[in-house]
Each structure stands twice: as C-alpha cells, then as structure tokens.
Design a protein around this ligand. Structure first.
Ligand SMILES: [Zn+2]
Length: 286
C-alpha cells in the first residue's frame, strides 16, 4: 500500500520528501507540505499526526466493512484544552455534509459516542440517517444517551456491546425533565406556581408531543405503527430518569435491530482521543 503524506493526506508518489523533525523521520508528498508541517507549533503538529493516524484507522474500517465511516465522538481532542461535550449544530453540519457526499447506494457506519445535546441538532442528524437510501448502521462502543439515542433510533441497525448503553429521549428544559415539569401542574394549585414554571410546563408538554411524534416516525417503518407508537411513548414520556441505561438485551426486547460485537478497529480509533472532563451522562442535556 502506498504511504500517505502526514500533512495533506495525499498519497505519496515515488520517494516523496523525507525530513527529520524532532528526531523522527517523516515523509511528505511535497516540499510544500514538509515546510508547512515544520512551521507548525507543537500542538499543531500533534493534531496533524493524530488526524493522520485517525484517518488511516477510519480507512481500514471502511475497507473491512465496505462502508463510508462517519464519526460523532465527544471526547477531548488531545491538542485542545476544551472538551467537546454535546451534540451541537456544528456536529450536525459535519455529519450531514458527510452523509450527503456519500453516494445513495453506499452503506454508512456512524460511530456514535455522546451523552446528548441540542434537540434540533440531534433531530437533523436522525433525519439524515433515516433518509439515506442505503443501510445506515450506528456503532456504539460505550454510550449514546439522549440525543445520541435519538440518532441511533433512526438507523437501520445498531451495533453495540452487551453493556453499551442507550437512554430515554424525553426532552429536558433548563435541566429539568419535561415529564416532571408537566406533573407540577397536577400537584400544586395554579396560584402557587410561578408564571415562569407555568410557561415552562406548557413548553414541556409541546416538547414531549413533538419528540414522541418524531420517534414514532423514526421507528414505524421498522416495527409497525402500533409498536412504534408504544415505544415512542415509553421513551419520551418521562417514566424513567434521564440517565437510565438501556442495555443491549433491553434494546432487543424493545424490538430494535441491535447486534453485538463492535469491530475491534473502532477501539483503535478511541485510543486517539483523550478522556476529558466530559459531562457524565447523568448531566446530559437533551
Ligand atoms: Zn502533502
């Protein structure tokens, strides 16, 4: 197999340009790339090297599985101080662009590792996953909670380990579960509830209905309308705490198309990330 330039990722034709940098002999496709790499700060070089390693692993997984691999992994990047910790609109654009650039007949593997994020961002990714004409498999080595679960529900197949976890998808408003907000109205006389909380419960009610309908739509072609409606109600109605773990056997019992056995190379990919102060799933925002 031909080598790739560490800086630009292009295949190196012929000998390429070899340079000794920080005691390592590194090959580049051109003098330009060698100069650019040498001019980077230490963290910039770290990023280039790690991204090259990551891309090579992704390419291996794609070859092994005959798919296009897309990642949505919330862990700390080794070259960054800040954690990336929830599903944002930037993530949405990244995933959507990648799915759109994949030909309609190419199967997609989406490697998912997240404790959740913005509802809109997660919904957009879920729609793109559902709308891709070829098969989409979501691979969950550890967890995909909340918005991550929503995305997984859109997939044709979920590959997880026996102890990987999904979670409920009930919306959270201002860190409060929608189901609990609604129940406030039944528990207290209306005069003793603040205007803000009355408005929040109204939003909570709309939020639950919206996510419920959305989940129903995600599931109905996979398990039929009745079953989809029941499962959507269960996952969004606030019957469990937001950090309840839904393991493989439970997901299977729900009728989801789950398989176990995350490809080994996916774990190699995780080696290229750091553990960060990522919020634990119990702090998951939806
Ligand atoms: Zn290059």
């Amino acid at each position: 197999m031909s080598e790739r330039c560490i800086y630009c990722g292009m295949e190196i034709e012929g000998e390429g340009i070899a340079k000794e940098i920080d005691g390592d002999k590194i090959k580049f496709c051109s003098r330009h790339c060698a100069v650019m790499f040498e001019g980077l700060e230490k963290k910039g070089r770290m990023k280039v090297v790690i991204m090259a390693e990551r891309n090579a692993i992704i390419e291996d997984i794609e070859k092994e599985r005959g798919t296009k691999v897309i990642t949505l992994i919330h862990r700390r990047e080794p070259w960054e101080e800040k954690d990336e910790n929830y599903i944002s609109i930037e993530d949405t654009e990244h995933v959507l662009m990648n799915i759109r650039q994949t030909s309609r007949d190419k199967n997609v593997d989406l490697i998912l590792h997240t404790s959740g994020g913005l509802v809109l961002a997660s919904e957009m990714i879920a729609m793109a996953v559902k709308n891709h004409p070829a098969k989409v498999t979501v691979i969950i080595p550890f967890y995909a909670m909340s918005g991550g679960t929503l995305i997984a529900l859109a997939a044709d197949e979920i590959i997880m380990e026996k102890d990987s976890v999904l979670g409920p998808v009930d919306p959270q408003l201002k860190d409060m579960p929608a189901g609990a907000l609604i129940s406030l109205l039944e528990r207290k006389p209306i005069e003793s509830i603040s205007d803000e909380n009355i408005m929040l419960s109204e939003e909570a009610r709309k939020g639950i209905v919206r996510v419920q309908k959305f989940v129903e739509w995600l599931l109905e072609d996979k398990m039929g309308k009745m079953k989809a409606k029941k499962l959507a109600e269960f996952l969004t109605g606030g019957y469990m705490t937001h950090d309840t773990s839904i393991v493989f056997e439970v997901a299977k019992g729900f009728g989801l198309n789950v398989k176990h056995g995350v490809p080994k190379k996916v774990y190699d990919l995780f080696r290229t990330f750091e553990f960060g102060a990522c919020p634990r799933p119990q702090y998951a925002k939806y």
